[in-house]
Design a protein around this ligand. Structure first.
Ligand code: AMP
Ligand code: ZN
Length: 114
């Protein structure tokens, strides 16, 4: 747990997010500012700033995140497809430095992204 980290407060339930899926190592909840009909964030319960940091310190949890994203997509009926995005670093738009995968779906998604 990292003090003053919003997503650590979600994990501890000091603040209660809109949870859609949970495992022993991951938590998934709805994004407060959805960019698609389904916009869910999937996070590790352990605090790591980026997906690369998570891979270096807890590689099995990277697989847990991918599996959780797939479970969320199935639960949300995203059989037509979804995007799993890890914005990494400020220039890529990362604003919360507790790693999170965005599960986006329910509409067609442009490529390349902006
Ligand atoms: P990123 O910009 O990739 O770091 O993503 C951070 C995401 O966290 C954004 O999509 C925000 O809308 C989302 N977010 C920020 N605060 C909250 C909150 N209190 N509950 C749910 N999602 C949030
Ligand atoms: Zn954290």
């Amino acid at each position: 747990m990292s003090e003053d980290c919003l997503f650590c407060k979600f994990v501890s339930r000091e603040i209660e997010p809109d949870v859609v899926h949970e495992t022993s190592t991951t938590l998934a909840f709805r994004d407060i500012n959805p960019q698609a009909p389904t916009h869910v964030l999937v996070i590790p319960k352990a605090h790591q700033p980026t997906i690369a940091d998570l891979a270096a310190h807890e590689p099995s949890v990277v697989a847990d995140l991918a599996a959780a994203a797939g479970a969320v997509a199935e639960q949300e009926g995203l059989g037509e497809g979804y995007r799993l995005v890890f914005n990494t670093g400020q220039q890529a738009g990362q604003t919360v430095f507790h790693v999170h995968g965005h599960v986006l779906g329910g509409r067609s998604l442009e490529w390349p992204p902006g």
